[in-house]
Write a protein that binds this ligand. Structure first.
Ligand code: ADP
Ligand code: MG
Length: 211
């Protein structure tokens, strides 16, 4: 059986996983994490509950530099509930990494609080497409250092009609970036999004929702 240690994760991350009682990686984590640590683009399909947040989140945490106060990773999610939840989960994984800041921007949240958080930018920003593009048009958000980008629940992002916002966000990101897309289903739209925004992606898939 593969362990998290076999996946070459740092001691800080291994400690937080132990604190959380995660004993071994789920199939999607086991498949995605090595590719992500190598810097490849990854497209992953796995059903709800299969552990996709850690699959993309652990490599993000390994690859950002806590010494630099720049947004180095952007996680785009379809709903505010998911923004709050993903941020919370990433914070738990980052518990033993000093100086790592993770913020969440989403509709209904205070613009003032969000803009204040950009004075000392987080290394990881989680957000919904509408709110993130609002900050871009207010010229408050600088994404030029966001070299890791996650499209989480890509099927839902498209169902909710966020294509234009996603295009706007992509245009604000650096050209050289690692793209990660996770989805519960591979609709035609999701396949098109993968073809348009990922470079030579590794495909990972897990059908069992065994955690
Ligand atoms: P998905 O995004 O695929 O729907 P989540 O990432 O939200 O799934 O994970 C579902 C649940 O499983 C969460 O409660 C999470 O904390 C838990 N979980 C994820 N990975 C593991 C693991 N390796 N061991 C134990 N529990 C895990
Ligand atoms: Mg998820």
């Amino acid at each position: 059986m593969t362990t998290f240690r076999d996946l070459q994760l740092s001691n800080a991350i291994l400690q937080s996983l132990e604190d959380l009682g995660y004993t071994s990686p789920t199939p999607i984590q086991e498949q995605a994490i090595p590719h992500l640590l190598e810097g490849s683009d990854v497209a992953g399909q796995a059903e709800t509950g299969s552990g996709k947040t850690a699959a993309f989140g652990l490599p993000l945490l390994e690859r950002v530099n806590p010494e630099l106060q720049q947004i180095q990773a952007l996680v785009i999610v379809p709903t505010r509930e998911l923004a709050v939840q993903v941020r919370q989960e990433l914070k738990q994984f980052a518990k033993h990494i000093p100086n790592l800041k993770i913020s969440a921007f989403y509709g209904g949240h205070s613009y003032r609080i969000e803009e204040d958080s950009l004075v000392h930018p987080p290394q990881i920003l989680v957000g919904t497409p509408g709110r993130l593009t609002d900050h871009l048009s207010r010229r408050k958000l600088d994404l030029k250092h966001a070299k890791q980008v996650v499209l989480d629940e890509a099927d839902k992002l498209l169902e909710m009609g966020f294509e234009e916002e996603i295009d706007t966000l992509m245009a604000a990101l650096p050209r050289e970036r690692q793209m990660i897309l996770f989805s519960a289903t591979m609709s035609a739209g999701v396949k098109e999004l993968i073809a348009d925004s990922l470079k030579a992606p590794e495909f990972v898939q897990a059908t069992a929702s065994s955690v």
